[in-house]
Every structure is written in C-alpha cells, then in structure tokens.
Ligand binder design. Sequence first.
Ligand code: PGA
Length: 257
Amino acid sequence: MAEVVILPSAAEAGELAARAIAALVATTPDAVLGLATGSTPLTTWRALAAQALDLSRVRGFALDEYVGLPEGHPESYRAVIAREVAEPLGLTPALVRVPGDGGGALSGAGARYENDIIAAGGVDLQILGIGRTGHIGFNEPGSSLASLTRVKTLAEQTRIDNSRFFPSIDDVPTHCITQGLGTILRARHLVLLAFGSGKAAAVASALEGPVSASTPGSVVQLHPKVTVIVDEAAAADLEHADYYRHAWANRFDWERF
Ligand code: PGA
C-alpha cells in the first residue's frame, strides 16, 4: 500500500514533496531526480527553490518529451524543464537530461535513455503527476506495464488538456517519447502528486482500482516505496480516504523506537 497523504492545498503538498527531495540531497548531494513537467509539480519546485539548497551536483532525468517540435520551442519539455525546474533550483544544465536529447535516430533514443539512466545508477526519487487519462509520463491507457522509454502517440484527451500551452490544438504534437511504466517502476522512490477535482477519478482508479494498462498510473501499486500526495479535491473519489488520513496522522515514527 502506498503511503497516501491528503493535505488541504497544493502548496502544502509541494512543501512535503520538497522536504523529501531535500532530505535525499542532504545525504546524497549527487542524487538522481526524476523530473516531471506540467502544472502539478510547480509547488514542489517553488518550495524547493525557497530552501536555496546547493543542488548543483543533482542529476535529473525528465519523464518525457514531445516529438516533432522545432529545436528550442518554448513548450518542448527540454525548454520547460530548463525554465521551470533547472534554473529556479540551480541544477547544472549538463546534468539534466530529457528523452531524445542526445541527437541520433529517434528509433534508438529510448534505449540510449534507458542506458543513461542505468549508467547514472538509477533514479533515486521520481516526481510524478497523473493525467486525467490516468497516464504517468506520457504512458496513455493501453501502455504495457513493463514498457521502457519509447516513442508513443498522445491520447486525444491529453492533447486537449495540453492545448492550453499552444495557440491551438492543431499545434499540439501527436507523438512523444516517454519513459515507460517499467522505467518508472525502477526508480527507488515514487512521489505521485495530484490536485483538483479533475484528477479525482484518475487518482481513485490508480490507487484503488485494479492494476491495469487501462489506468497506467495503477502501476504504482506494484512499487514498494510510493508516496502519494493529493489535495482534498483530488482525494474526493478515494474510498479509503479516512484510512489514509488516519494512517498519516498516526504514522509510525521509527526514530522514537
Ligand atoms: P498537469 O499534468 O500537472 O499539467 O495536470 C499532469 C500529467 O499530465 O501528468
């Protein structure tokens, strides 16, 4: 069972996630962070930036990237990660990777990214959002539970959701390159964040539904160390919400024993 933490606001959730990252970096200054784009992790980045830690040795691997945007496009995840994550946190640009960023044939980009993650020693802590489709990374419903980094098609719902960042839906790419569900499961700690009523169904399905390719986020149920941090609205469809609240309020304090 994942540790599920229900907090009043996205700001408080971001502070908790930032604390987990700060604790990791305090013991491991060159930790490998799994970076996520989107609106959801912004409070985490903000809270972490406010701590003004030295994160210059941290290595980062982004979850996913669009395919087909021109080099340097401001909505490419390479640009988004640089602007919203690396710069405010003081990460070293050369240590931050995005799928497909090494050049070379796209057909081999997935395997190269997998090898690079392994060469870095694997991801210590992976920040995850979840899409309304239930996707994590860009693994849309139907993705293999064992998938590795590869080129995929974006779900229409995801293109609609992401069209807010583009002049029109026609400008949203149709394809992406994304870490697979199997890649994500190799990270040592998963921190899944979700806020707002639009995510309630996906959160309930991921945490309490069957593990299924129809809800890619449900693979977190297979991982031994998952922290899910949601606000009340995103928790609204959880059947065991009271149990999670109770478990968090009474969490076992190992330090005291
Ligand atoms: P969002 O996207 O954080 O912008 O809602 C999450 C996701 O699609 O994984």
